[in-house]
Design a protein around this ligand. Structure first.
Ligand code: NAD
Length: 317
């Protein structure tokens, strides 16, 4: 690891990768060295130039350059956003085999460089690509993290905040499970400040309904499809989610974020990488939080884990 500095290597300088890089530069102070790698070297070079030219207007200084896999040697985090973007009508799971081949060409050289930091994966289907990274790298599970349902959780809080006319930061709610069609919101765990939303809805004088909350859950689940329909891809939100996770790691924040990580008996599951609230700090996943799910919610979680296990098992690594 780069003990003196905070060095991040980004593999994949497409829309998601560069939205992350742009947000990193604009938020400032998160890392002081950013290396850009892409199979399209000219693109990585151009992106490095463009970002460097904007640095003068930024908040803090950073060393930014297009590099090689050998630059991962002393990096703290390798962020992977390389792959093929999801197309209209295509499910995330359809992308799996194509992106696995891409990952084989990335993880090997990163590990060979002597990299000893944390992998952070955004490429879809993200839960499976994170597990692929774990299998190919043979790193400890705490050091392999996917963006999971972090963005979905942010979308949920934004929509619930709007419905209850409350700052989304005071809504405590998580989207858990696969980052995809089987993800869900455990409503028993949705709180407005410390008040369960279930009890707010139960009082008809408040004028809120369970149906509307279910509509919001559906909106969160289909948000990516809607954005892709309108503008072909999604990138700003996930770029900012990546920045948030990197900040939590490098700042040793011990923040609770819904990332994709390996379960070791939590929620009755083993081996699967799936979106759950976890405490994220300098060493990666410090602890997985096990929510008190109802029977119905537990069944949804098991179903989501099964979707991910089934897809992973059909994969040739
Ligand atoms: P993009 O096509 O704009 O960028 C992909 C980049 O990967 C390109 O620059 C390409 O040259 C590079 N690349 C391809 N193969 C490579 C290889 N072998 N080595 C190095 N680089 C390689 O796509 P995008 O819109 O940036 O999306 C990237 C990934 O992020 C997709 O898998 C997409 O589905 C995913 N995504 C995830 C989330 C999430 O919530 N996790 C959200 C949006 C998009």
């Amino acid at each position: 690891m780069n003990r003196d500095g905070r060095k991040v290597v980004l593999v994949g300088t497409g829309m998601v990768g560069m939205s992350f890089a742009y947000s990193l530069v604009n938020q400032g102070g998160i890392c002081n060295e950013l290396v850009l790698i892409d199979v399209n070297k000219a693109r990585a070079n151009g992106e490095a130039m463009d970002l460097n030219h904007g640095l003068a207007f930024g908040k803090s200084n950073m060393k930014i350059y297009a590099g090689e896999y050998s630059d991962c040697r002393d990096a703290d985090i390798v962020v992977i956003a390389a792959g093929v973007a999801q197309k209209e009508g295509e499910t995330r799971l359809d992308l799996l085999q194509r992106n696995t081949e891409v990952f084989k060409s990335i993880i090997g050289p990163v590990v060979k460089s002597g990299f000893d930091g944390i992998f952070l994966v955004a490429t879809n289907p993200v839960d499976i690509m994170t597990r692929v990274t774990y299998e190919l790298s043979r790193f400890g599970a705490t050091r392999v993290i996917g963006t999971g349902t972090s963005l979905d959780t942010a979308r949920l809080r934004y929509l619930l905040g709007d419905y209850f006319t409350v700052d989304p930061r005071n809504i405590h709610a998580y989207v858990i499970g696969e980052h995809g069609d089987s993800e869900f919101v455990p409503f028993s765990q949705v709180m407005l400040a410390t008040k369960p939303v279930g009890s707010i809805i139960a009082d008809p004088r408040n004028g809120y309904s369970r149906e509307k909350i279910e509509e919001i859950e559906d909106q969160v689940r289909t948000a990516a499809y809607k954005i892709i329909e309108a503008k072909n891809a999604t990138y700003y939100g996930i770029g900012m989610a990546l920045t948030r996770i990197v900040r939590a790691i490098l700042g040793d924040e011990n923040s609770v974020l819904t990332v994709s990580c390996k379960l070791c008996g939590e929620y009755g599951e083993r081996s699967v990488f799936i979106g759950v609230p976890a405490i994220i700090g300098r060493s990666g996943v410090k602890e997985i939080l096990e929510l008190d799910l109802t029977e119905e919610e537990s069944a949804k979680f098991r179903a989501s884990a099964k979707v991910l296990n089934d897809s992973f098992e059909g994969l040739t690594l």
